[in-house]
Design a protein around this ligand. Structure first.
Ligand code: BGC
Length: 716
């Protein structure tokens, strides 16, 4: 049952080279590797409470400037470590704030990669990130974010890959492999259970070991096995009493012990509290933060509190990963060539594949000759970006709500200049397409009643550091949609949100398309899907609840609606993850609650039928079935395999993406991921012997083909 593939396996040659290099470093040089300097002028100086005060810090010599920097050791030809933020592209907003133009491909939010259910596309997105980082001189990307969407109001949900460990781990593992194929280290983060932003530095997550292993840790385990990242970033929060970066169980026992991880563990910015505890619990590198706890490392070694051998191991882990991904032999240099067009095309393909059609009562795809009005959501200028450290300064330059520029733009919504209005006009030259900004509901209603179709763009920006208060659209957008729908019976809603939302107007609109934050060519992608140039093929990687009452927690613990970036942290508090490993759709199944839209759900412009299920299983579980496109258009189906071990909830155990022409059929086989069938009991993985309920379904609602398998007991 062990996950396939050795974890971060390195050849003997890499090992020998790494050991030789580390052994030729002095203790001071080894320690230098473990203490990156802040490479940003965006430091929160103590006492600062406005942005200008944070902008004063000069860059260290040799730093390109983004997140972190370790100076080179020229006598050993050891390169500087230049770290940049991800995970949605080479994010360098800190440079942008300082006024340096540094643009990159803004990929769609990773929740859209997960919605594509397509690891190949996620890998291509990774190649774009890796190639651009390399051409800008960065050799370490803080990319590969895989925290589970246990709390759908988490402000960073858009940076992650949904609520299912197999889907999230598969998508992010593929993305990491793509980044590292371009000779840049990728850093999977935030390990672990950093599932909300409120109080992230003081929060203590209480969860049983078994539940953690079967949920959040499994997403990391799968992504690490598949992507083999050179680095892991431990998170801000505590897990069962200890901060993640000082947590022997998480770092030494699970990550380095059970999973055999041979790369390095870096702290999140501000995640270290105690030198000795951190080092002895498995932290290898102290990322920049106000107080440098590693400043006393050499003295602690001299006093015998920390063995020199441990420092050597810490440095070796960094050197080994850099050599293993090829970052030493193919040094990143700024000024390299970037194929912008090709990279933006990948971003567009990803946005198209990740858009999820949630409702369509015959209005989509749009007709070529209609009178169409687009309403609201700044659809004339571009598409929304998620906020925080992941925000990429896109090609074409960032745009801000209502034309704000410079510091006045902080706190305003930010946009990629990819206009859905312009893109629709281009794809439908015979249609009459107008725009109304939606700011005056009466005017918008008038515009809607004069058109054949009204398309309302509804937006909600989520951002790092803050959770969203609820699952509603802000700024009276619900009322605007309801008013438009009352005036035009053919109303379509396009959502640009990073979290699930509730839709009080759902019954009165004809179609809903969830476009997430669709990135660099988001406008073009939305237009392609609305017009049918591309058939929608995305599926929800996260349950859309009917209301917050259906969630394990009514409120996000520690949520403060008044919080700003400069608020002091709340008093320490604990959150009990009593739902255990029943995250997302598993919780809905356990509580028999009916969501607004289930995990895995998504429509397209044709229909598929699944027939002739065959289940084979004793040692491994294999299902075969026939998929037929019974509609009139070509399309992509994503049949999903859900399996319930005896007495447990159903779990996604596999899926496939299948493109079929009208009338075409194909026999499909899916082998269930063995680890998903097992449970963690008494300190080990065990697959119970007995009858397993098997479903092949279009979503976690489980409507579809049913079977059973009698599986043998397996351990390991
Ligand atoms: C975030 C990380 C990020 C780091 C460096 C932290 O606040 O949690 O995701 O990589 O800053 O910018």
């Amino acid at each position: 049952m062990a996950l396939a593939g050795a974890l971060a396996a390195n050849s003997a040659e890499v090992e020998q080279r790494a050991e030789k290099l580390v052994d030729s470093m002095t203790l001071e040089e080894q320690i230098q590797l473990l203490r990156p300097l802040a490479a940003t002028s965006f430091q929160f100086a103590p006492g600062a409470n406005t942005f200008p005060e944070t902008l004063r810090k000069p860059l260290p010599d040799g730093a390109i400037g983004s997140a972190g920097f370790v100076p080179a050791i020229p006598r050993l030809s050891w390169p500087a470590l230049q770290e940049s933020d991800g995970p949605l592209g080479v994010a360098n907003m800190k440079a942008w704030i300082r006024g340096i133009e540094d643009q990159a491909t803004a990929l769609p939010a990773s929740i859209a990669w997960a919605a594509s259910f397509d690891p190949l596309l996620a890998e291509r997105a990774g190649e774009v990130i890796g190639a651009e980082a390399h051409a800008k001189g960065f050799n370490v990307m803080l990319s590969g974010a895989v925290n589970l969407a246990r709390e759908p109001r988490n402000g960073r949900t858009f940076e992650y890959a949904g609520e299912d460990p197999l889907l999230a781990g598969t998508i992010i593992g593929a993305n990491i492999a793509g980044i590292q194929s371009r000779k840049v280290v990728s850093t999977i983060k935030h390990y672990a259970l950093n599932d909300q932003e409120s109080g992230r530095g003081v929060l203590d997550v209480r969860i049983s070991e078994a539940a953690a292993r079967e949920s959040d840790l499994m997403a990391f385990e799968i992504a690490i096995a598949r992507g083999r990242p050179g680095s892991v970033m431990c998170s801000y929060n505590k897990v069962n009493g200890d901060h993640s970066c000082e947590n022997d169980w998480l770092l030494n026992q699970v990550l380095k012990g059970d999973w055999g991880f041979r790369g390095w563990v870096m702290s999140d910015w501000g995640g270290v509290h105690d030198l000795r505890k951190a080092v002895m619990s498995g932290l290898d590198q102290h990322s920049p933060q106000d107080r440098d706890h590693f400043a006393g490392l050499a003295e602690a070694v001299a006093r015998g509190e920390i063995p020199a051998a441990r420092v050597r191991d810490m440095a070796l882990r960094i050197v080994r990963s850099m050599i293993a991904v090829g970052a030493l032999d193919n040094a990143a240099k700024s000024g390299g060539a970037i194929d912008r067009e090709a990279n933006m095309a990948v971003a567009q393909a990803q946005a198209e594949a990740g858009a999820v059609l949630l409702k369509n009562d015959g209005v989509l795809p749009l007709d070529a000759k209609m009178r169409i009005v687009l309403i609201g959501g700044y659809a004339d200028i571009g598409v929304l970006l998620g906020g925080g450290g992941s925000m990429v300064n896109p090609y074409g330059g960032i745009l801000h709500q209502d034309g704000a520029i410079g510091l006045a733009a902080l706190g305003k919504w930010s946009f990629v200049p990819s206009s859905p209005l312009a893109a629709l006009r281009e794809l439908l030259p015979g249609a009459e397409i107008r725009f109304d900004d939606g700011k005056d509901a009466t005017r918008a209603v008038k515009a809607a009643s004069d058109a054949d179709v009204a398309i309302v763009f509804a937006l909600k920006q989520a951002t790092e550091n803050f959770d969203v208060a609820d699952l509603s659209l802000p700024n009276d957008q619900d009322a605007l949609i309801a008013a438009v729908a009352a005036a035009n019976a053919r109303t379509v809603v396009v959502l640009e949100t990073g979290n699930p939302i509730v839709m009080p107007w759902l019954g009165s609109v004809k179609a809903v398309l969830q476009a997430w934050y669709p990135g660099q060519r988001g406008g073009e992608a939305i237009a392609a899907v609305l017009t049918g140039k591309v058939s929608p093929s995305g599926r929800l990687p996260i349950t859309f609840p009917g209301s917050v009452e259906q969630l394990p927690r009514r409120k996000v613990d520690g949520f403060d609606p008044q919080a700003t970036l400069f608020s002091p942290p709340p008093a320490p508090f604990a959150v009990d993850y009593h739902e255990g490993s029943d995250v997302g759709y598993r919780w809905f199944q356990r509580t028999k609650a009916e969501p607004l839209f289930p995990f895995g759900f998504g429509l397209t412009y044709t229909e598929f039928r699944h027939t002739e299920l065959e289940v084979e299983g004793r040692r491994q579980l294999k299902v075969s079935f026939t998929v037929t496109n019974v509609g009139k258009r070509a399309g992509v189906d994503v049949p999903q395999l859900y399996v319930a071990p005896p007495g447990r909830t159903h779990r996604l155990a596999g899926w496939q993406r299948i493109a079929l022409q009208p009338g075409e059929s194909r026999r499909v086989t899916i082998i269930a991921e063995p680890r998903i069938l097992a449970s963690y009991e008494k300190n080990r993985w065990r697959r119970a012997g007995g009858i397993y309920d098997v479903r092949v379904a279009p979503s976690a609602s489980l409507s579809g083909l049913r079977g059973t398998a009698r599986l043998t007991e397996e351990e390991g």
